[in-house]
Design a protein around this ligand. Structure first.
Ligand code: ASP
Length: 316
């Protein structure tokens, strides 16, 4: 019988138990559980992998704990510019948006690009115009405000530094607050179709219209039924250079590797050659799940129809 499964992440980086309070840890665990449950419910009802991925990501985007949708970080200009992508492994249809503003759920907009445009990748004002035309839910700037994100940005805004949401870059105090991240999901449905999606506010204090790996098909997000569906998180630039998500698929296709071994090769070798800190989650069409990272931690969770369920934050 076909195994169905879902895996999600809420970002990777310097996530250490000693920096965490029991309350915060409980809040993260619950947030991951809520998103996992939302996505898994779609699969249990016989829904598609794409819909499961969307459902899980919408829940994460609506949660202020994560750097996506509502909880997105501030850019150099003090606004939120969000990136997202989704890909259907069944037909390799894909949709992506970059630097969109005021969109409540960028993953919904990416899905709209995938299904209802002739394009794959829209950016900036054009993507926002498309959102309005398609009736995608928008929210005022206030909706995206949170004090801790603002404080994170305040500590960086007068510098040329930009920062990965959870990674220490010499700013000891700021580090304490950096426990929030990009979100993503990958799912395999009852029909053996797989899909992946990723959504992010990017990096604090980013400028010049910087776009990370998350919405770049093949870099931060990729899905093809013959190999795997992958969503990445980490320092976007090396992930783009490594074409990280697709490289897992390539190792599976050309070297006949399992999902687990292919992901190990990319996360622990290929990315490290480029100082690519972070991780990824993925599924294959048999419902196998893999979650790996080369950073101190990664918010992650998985559930499958064999009764397995894992929620993790730190290295085991
Ligand atoms: N990969 C994202 C980016 O570089 C950041 C993250 O995963 O937290 O935009």
């Amino acid at each position: 019988m076909q195994t169905y499964s879902i895996s999600i992440h809420g970002g990777a980086g310097t996530i250490l138990k000693e920096d965490m309070t029991p309350e915060l840890e409980a809040a993260y665990t619950k947030a991951l559980d809520d998103a996992l449950t939302g996505g898994y419910a779609v699969l249990e009802e016989g829904g598609s992998a794409v819909n499961a991925v969307k459902a899980a990501i919408v829940i994460l985007e609506d949660n202020l704990l994560f750097n996506a949708g509502r909880g997105s970080v501030f850019t150099k200009k003090g606004v939120q510019e969000m990136d997202a992508a989704i890909m259907d492994g069944k037909d390799r249809e894909a949709g992506a948006v970059a630097a969109v503003r005021n969109v409540r759920n960028p993953i919904e907009l990416a899905a709209e690009v995938m299904r209802n445009s002739n394009h794959v990748f829209l950016s900036g004002k054009g993507a926002n115009d498309f959102a309005i035309k398609q009736g995608i839910k928008l929210e005022p700037d206030d909706f995206f405000f949170s004090q801790f994100r603002y404080d994170q940005w305040k500590a960086l805004r007068d510098s040329d530094n930009y920062s990965l949401d959870h990674t220490h870059q010499g700013l000891e105090e700021l580090m304490k607050d950096k426990k929030f991240g990009t979100v993503g999901a990958a799912a395999c449905d009852i029909n053996g179709n797989i899909a992946a999606g990723t959504s992010t506010g990017g990096m604090t204090n980013k400028k010049f219209g910087r776009i990370g790996d998350s919405p770049v098909i093949g870099a931060g997000t990729y899905a093809h039924n013959t190999t795997c569906a992958i969503s990445c998180t980490g320092h976007g630039e090396p992930f783009i250079k490594a074409v990280a998500a697709y490289d897992v698929a390539a190792h599976m296709e050309y070297k006949n590797m399992s999902l687990q071994n292919a992901m190990h090769e990319v996360v622990h070798k290929k990315l490290l050659e480029l100082d690519g800190e972070g991780g990824m989650i993925g599924v294959d069409a048999q419902g196998n799940v893999s979650m790996m990272f080369n950073s101190a931690g990664m918010y992650r969770a998985m559930q499958n129809s064999k009764g397995e369920k894992i929620i993790g934050i730190y290295k085991d």
